[in-house]
Design a protein around this ligand. Structure first.
Ligand code: PML
Ligand code: MG
Ligand code: MG
Ligand code: MG
Length: 251
């Protein structure tokens, strides 16, 4: 194996609840060949011992990625809006939607409720106010992405909400036809979320929901033609992206 080769590693862990498989943890990395084992181990560790419970099953998928097929993107710039209450956080979402050219923010925000039960994100046509995901329960999963790592970066096996979200938001903001994103975490104890776009960058909002609530989800805001819709779905799910200059923060 040469250090020039890159591999995608994807982990998905689930547990059985009343006879059905319930997702508890998922994560991915794109790493150089000599580092595959160490990152694979960290992902196994993360999936097996998650705060949502011990895993009953864990899938690990490793495949080689052709370097020519990777797009390198610079991380979105980050700003943080401190709000005192989650209601004020919701007001910040409205403000952002207006800035993004959506005249009636409430038309879009009413879709947030429908995202809570979804595994992936909602892809919403903001002009026609219709959902575009082929599978409405699963949603669209933005995948095949990671941050660029420097020699000596620590390899944690815990989730870093912030860094992983910037990677995802950067990929999504650079997707054709996507004009923005709204994200609320579904982790009950994590109330900071964000709104983002290529124009405004990654705007963290420190309270977006009640502490203890599992009501989280993502909406990718789409504006474009049918052909562009297919391109967007393909980019979100299949394009390999490595994000450079992700600002570091301890989770
Ligand atoms: C998630 O739970 O994966 C979403 C995390 C949003 C991160 C917000 C931040 O801390 O910047
Ligand atoms: Mg090794
Ligand atoms: Mg969800
Ligand atoms: Mg989550």
């Amino acid at each position: 194996m040469s250090a020039e080769e890159l591999y995608s590693i994807k982990m998905r862990a689930s547990k059985k609840e009343n006879g059905t498989d319930v997702h508890i943890s998922g994560a991915e990395k794109i790493v150089e060949a000599p580092d595959v084992d160490i990152f694979a181990n960290a992902l196994i560790e993360r999936g097996m011992h998650h705060s949502k419970g011990e895993a009953d099953a864990l899938n690990l998928k490793i495949h080689k990625v052709c370097k020519e097929n990777i797009i390198y993107l610079d991380a979105l710039s980050v700003e943080t809006i401190e709000v005192e209450t989650w209601e004020k956080g919701q007001e910040e979402i409205k403000k952002y939607l207006k800035e993004t050219g959506i005249d009636n923010p409430q038309d879009v925000m009413q879709f947030l409720d429908e995202t809570y039960a979804m595994r992936g994100a909602m892809l919403l046509d903001v002009d026609r106010l219709i959902r575009l995901e082929p599978d409405k329960k699963r949603g669209i999963r933005a995948t095949n992405m990671d941050q660029e790592r420097m020699k000596g970066d620590r390899i944690g096996n815990e989730k870093n909400h912030y860094e992983e979200a910037i990677v995802l938001a950067t990929k999504v903001a650079n997707c054709p036809g996507i004009i923005g994103e709204i994200c609320i975490s579904d982790d009950p104890e994590y109330v900071t979320g964000y709104v983002s776009s290529k124009e405004i960058g990654y705007r963290r909002i420190t309270k977006m929901k009640r502490m203890g609530s599992e009501k989280g989800g993502r909406i990718f805001l789409f504006r474009g033609t049918d052909a562009e819709e297919q391109k967007a779905i393909d980019f979100l799910q299949n394009q390999h992206v490595i994000v450079r200059n992700v600002p570091k923060k301890i989770c």
